[in-house]
Ligand binder design. Structure first.
Ligand code: TRP
Length: 482
């Protein structure tokens, strides 16, 4: 990426070479496992259509406003999240600690993100060696199960994935990666396009599209047993944060390199649209196949993409090649996201604790890697250790639990304070200087301001309270015992 100079401390700060590069880098952070691995399986798990619409509403009402807020804070301060919130708040301790929460979220998320990134690299190797070509659906499911049950296979690929991420962050994200993103991201889009066409033609188009886009609203507030639960709504909101890389300051960091004359609002909208497009395309490709084979869309969980797309690859002409290319591109998309997660943690130790980049990357990367082993072992050695329960009250594995805590609590809480900060506490002149540009009208600015000031914080707070209330039962009695 075109950050010229690696200094992150405001002195010799680099810039993106163009707005296009910023969009590409921000999209590189946003587009990742969240879009292709996670969104389809949670959309499936929480009942399809209504969840998808709720998610789209969250992207529009919460995601885009906070994305704008983060970029604005980053460019306004030209610092990492901890430094930025500290500078813009005049050194206020509370706001600085919001920056710390972000660094902590990066820590936690990367630990399991790298494990799933490892699965994708593993599947790249499996595809290239033709493991699942010609296999029947049962065998394809087993192949995934065997991987989950093998702690060492996962530990090895997790290590590989983390090592590459650390390697790139140590040497700084320069020219090389910029060119790769430029080529590989569009390729990923093309490949997804092919899979969507295949799914629509060879799969069950009506079944897949119907499941994804015809809402059954009751699914949004009940579990499969018909009992009230706000979990799907919280999950939709949490995922809006996760998929746009919000709530922990990744976009504050990226925004801090954005040129003074570029339009923040139009960049943010571009990134959100691209990100959402990829998630929807991946879901269409997957669910047309799910219904073709009569699989249960709610049941698959984190294995969905690994169990369903190989079914298509094993049938379609050139499937071995397409499958290999797909998992390679997915690994790459995961890598560009992982880099942004590690960069936030590392930038903080460099800026605020004066560590050398190399030391910060090696030490923090290794700690995160170690933490990730718990996730890597969560379906084998540690399968009996559970932190939380799922929507149906079943015990959840470590990886799923950690994902839920980070995504549904840490990110929304971080995002809540970022919205409050941008809507109420940042100086008006900073806000207006950053946002009012020739690309957007005053009306858009006003709309953003009102939404960020009132709607976003209230919506986020309500959803979190609903979740807490699940244990108190107030909302349940209001909604009636469904
Ligand atoms: N957005 C990425 C994805 O969807 C993951 C990610 C990268 C992320 N950086 C982040 C999530 C920062 C939260 C915060 O795969």
């Amino acid at each position: 990426m075109a950050i010229q100079g690696t200094s992150l401390d405001g002195s010799a700060r680099g810039m993106w070479s163009s707005r296009f590069m910023f969009i590409l880098a921000a999209a590189g952070s946003a587009i990742g496992l969240g879009n292709i691995w996670k969104f389809p399986y949670i959309a499936g798990r929480y009942g399809g259509g209504a969840f998808v619409l709720m998610y789209l509403a969250c992207i529009g009402m919460i995601g885009i406003p906070i994305l704008v807020a983060e970029i604005l804070i980053g460019r306004g301060a030209r610092k990492n999240p901890v430094g930025a919130l500290s500078v813009l708040s005049g050194g206020n301790k509370f706001w600085t600690s919001v920056g710390f929460l972000g660094v902590a979220s990066g820590f936690v998320i990367l630990s399991y993100y790298s494990v799933v990134g490892g699965w994708t690299v593993d599947y790249f190797a499996k595809s290239a060696s033709g493991t699942y070509i010609g296999a029947n659906p049962g065998t394809i499911k087993e192949i995934f199960g065997e991987m989950l049950a093998d702690p060492w296979e996962q530990a090895v690929w997790h290590t590989v994935f983390m090592a590459v991420t650390m390697g790139i962050v140590i040497f700084g994200v320069k020219e090389g990666l910029e060119r790769w993103i430029e080529v590989l991201m569009p390729l990923l889009l093309v490949l997804l396009g092919i899979l969507v066409v295949y799914g629509l033609v060879a799969g069950d188009a009506a079944g897949g599209l119907g499941y994804l886009f015809l809402p059954d609203w009751s699914k949004l507030v009940t579990n499969t047993a018909g009992e009230y639960t706000p979990r799907p709504m919280l999950e939709a909101m949490g995922h809006a944060f996760f998929t746009l890389s919000l709530g922990m300051g990744a976009m504050i960091t990226y925004g801090s390199y954005l040129g003074e004359r570029e339009s923040i609002a139009s960049s943010a909208v571009m990134v959100a649209v691209l990100d959402t497009m990829i998630a929807l395309l991946a879901s269409i490709a997957i669910f047309t196949i799910v219904f073709q084979y009569g699989l249960d869309p709610t049941a698959a969980g984190p294995g969905l993409v690994f169990q369903v797309l190989p079914l298509a690859f094993s049938q379609m002409p050139g499937g071995r090649f397409i499958g290999t290319a797909f998992f390679l591109l997915l690994s790459f998309a995961a890598l560009t996201s992982a880099i942004s997660l590690l960069e936030v943690v590392v930038a903080h130790f460099i800026d605020d604790r004066k560590w050398a980049r190399r030391t910060a990357t090696l030490i923090m990367g290794t700690v995160i890697w170690g933490l990730g082993l718990f996730s890597a072992f969560s379906y084998s050695l540690l399968e009996n250790v559970t932190l939380l329960e799922d929507k149906e009250g079943r015990a959840m594995p470590i990886l799923d639990s950690v994902d839920l805590i980070a995504t549904n609590y840490m990110l929304p809480i971080g995002g809540f304070f970022i919205a409050l900060f941008a809507g109420w506490f940042i100086k008006r002149e900073v806000r207006e200087r950053q946002l009012l540009d020739e690309k957007i009208s005053r009306a858009f600015y006003k709309a953003w301001f009102l939404v960020t000031r009132y709607l976003t914080p209230v919506a986020v707070a309500l959803l979190i309270l609903f979740m807490v209330d699940k244990h108190l039962g107030i909302a349940e009695s209001v909604l009636g015992g469904r």
